[in-house]
Each structure stands twice: as C-alpha cells, then as structure tokens.
Design a protein around this ligand. Sequence first.
Ligand code: SF4
Ligand code: SF4
Length: 444
Amino acid sequence: MSDTEDTHEHEYEHEFDQSDSSPTGPTPVESAEAFDGLNADLRPGADNCYKCTSCDTSCPVAEVDDEFPGPKFQGPEQWRLKRKEDTDIDESIMSCSNCMRCDDACPSSVPLSQMHNTARGEYVEGMDKFSREYIRNRILANYGTLARIGSRVPRLTNAIMGNRVTKWFNERLLGITSEREFPEFAHQTFRKWWNDRGGSQVTSEQKRIAYFHGDYSNFNTPEVAKALVRVFESFGYEIAVPEQRCSGTPMFANGMLADARRAAKFNVETLSALVEDGYDIICSCTSCSMALRQEYPELFDFEGTGEVAAHTYEAVEYLRLHEDLEGELHDSDSEIDHPALAYHAPCHARNQGLHRQALELFRTLDGVDIEDVGDSCSGISGTYGWKSEKYDYSMEIGEEMFEEMKDAEGTTGMTECPTCAMQMKHGTGYEINHPLEVIEAALT
Ligand code: SF4
Ligand code: SF4
C-alpha cells in the first residue's frame, strides 16, 4: 500500500453494521412499509392536471427516446389508471432520468417528480432482484458504498477502474457504459483533510453552518469541499462537518427507495440536531440540496424532516442571502486563472430557482467573461448516462450544451453539479470548475 493510500481514515465503518449488510448486492428490497411515499394519496395532485402537455414538451428524454411516453403519462395518467383499474406500473418509468424539469414546467403544481419517484419505487419492488438491470441499478444507486471501499486504496482502484478489461466487464456483464472514464478517487478524502486540519478554524456563536458535502465532494473532488470551507471561513463562519450518508439522489432515480429511506433517516436525525443548535445546512451540490429540500419532505415523514428542509441552502445562494459576496469579489485584487467561463445551470438548480445566480454573480466582475451555454439538460442526469442502453440518448440530449460550450470564449466550463461536470468534460474535453472554486480563487 502506498503512503497516500494509508492516509485514509476508516470514516464510515459503522455504516456496514446496518440492517442492509450488502448494500450493493442483490439483497431483497424491503417491503412497501420501508417507503412512506407508497402510501401517499397523490390523487388530488393527479386531478390538478389539465393535460396542457407543458411537461411533455420540457422532457429531454421524451425528445430523444420515442419509446418514452413522457411525464404526463408517468405522473397523472398512471395515477388515474391505477385508481380505476389497479394496473401495474409501466416499465417505462425506469427510463425517466429524474431530471425534474417537468416539475418546473407544470403550471398546475402537479407533483410530478413525487409521482415518478413513488411509481419507480413500486416498480422496483416488483423487479427480479437477480436481474442484470436490478443489480446494475443498485450498484449505481449506491455509488457511495463503492467509493468508501475504493477510496481506501485510491491509486489501485483508479488503475483497476480505468482498465480496459474492467470497462469491458462493466459493459458486458453489468450494462454500465464503457464509453465514459470512471471518475478518479482523490488520494486524500475531504473528511481526512478536514480532520487533519483540526476541523473549523473559526468559532462563532452567530454564524454557524453544517456542511453536507455528499459523496462526490468527499471522495472525488475534495477541492470543491475545501473551497467551500475556505470561502465560508473567510466570511467568519464556524463550520461543522457532520457524519452523513448519500443524499439519496441516485437512489431516487433508480427506485431504490428502501436504500434512500435509510440514508435519509440518518441524515435527518444528524442534521436536525444541528439545526436545533442554530446551524444552517449548506450543500455544494444542487442535487443534494434538492434532495434535502424537496424529495425528503415529499417521500418521508421522519421527525425533523421539515426543519432540515427549511434550513437547507446551496452554498452560493446562502452567501448571496447573508453576505455581500458581490462586494467582496469586486474589492478583491486576486485574479482568476481562467476568466472565460462556459456556465451550465444543472436541471436541479433550475428547479430551486438557482439557475441565474452564477451568471449574475460573475457577469459583473472585471476581467471575467461568463457565458450561459443554454437551458438544455446536460443529458447525464446522475446515473442515467452511465447505463449502456441510455448512453447514446444521454449524448444526444447533451449535444446542444456541447455545441454552446464549443462556441463560447475560452475552454473552461463551470457548473454546480458533479455529474453535469462529468458530462461537460466528456463532451468537450474542457476543464470544469465549481463556482466555489472560482470564488475561492478570487477571494484568496
Ligand atoms: S423527470 Fe425529467 S426525464 Fe423524468 S419525466 Fe420529468 S422531465 Fe422527463
Ligand atoms: S404540465 Fe402539469 S397540467 Fe400540464 S399536462 Fe403536465 S402534469 Fe398536466
């Protein structure tokens, strides 16, 4: 083992002691009781649909996949059918990428993504747990578990996952596309770095945040998490980095609702205690903030779920609400290394009303040239673009964004979502930054 590999702490060992002892394997999924949402009465929401088809025209999957009937069918129509005839959930629900653009498009507040998540959960409960699709989807949904194991020996794991034989195996046996490069694990996780530096360097009774970093910032892009810490500390915030599980986003997208429920329960218990102590919860990933704010309250009813949702913010959103971020950036003498930025707003940022904030923030800065690369979906949608049978659709959806990026000045991209960043890099070869990294460079 190399000296870098043994620097990993055993930070999540307790997670393997839970009821699901093999979270990536084909263990039987729990009963419907494991998922509160299956008992939710969504009929009033279905009745609000007046068939305008706005959701269908906004759906990136329906645009490229002729066999996908679209969000109106997946949501209100399927609910009406179930009410009348108690029909089974249609398998096409598994082709919804959970981008949530249909939620945003509906003028009648039909709870489309709640319906889709619920239907997907019900469909997956009836799946053959030894089928290739179920095993592949469960592995993708539980990326954090794989990352926890693989990041203990990052050099070795990176070499194995980048190997052509592994890619062939993943494609042929599991149905995970070999077209993409597996994301590399950092040689030191964010949590290891955080513990080595002794935690928060600032103490404050008034300004306290709890950082929900998610799996990807911890295991793959700790530079984003470090940027968040340095930027918030520069504004005088005391930071807590609580124990946490995956936000559940890839689990919702794959209908693995028993897994999502376990993760959400742990997160709500931990984070609600911090909210009681005066902390706000900050995410650097817009899909994580989306899960904590919208999906948890829609699907679960743990004590403290509402409080956690009400106190969760995306990082730049929070700084713009509570600090003079624009002013500080203007007053700074530091220069940004790559000032020509091609910005993509993730679909989940759009759903939270955050799709303009990076543009508004950086557009007025001297020496920075930021271009919006359009309002299309990047096409990867978390795990969707990793599935062999969806890869071509994923790239077709992303084509508009790739073209806009290539037309933009400069060769650096920017986005808040780690999988959108993956797709942007995959489609253009550009280096992709998180807004927090650019803010850190400008302020320090
Ligand atoms: S979540 Fe996205 S992919 Fe799924 S139905 Fe809605 S718009 Fe289409
Ligand atoms: S956008 Fe809303 S109201 Fe219109 S068809 Fe879709 S679900 Fe129904």
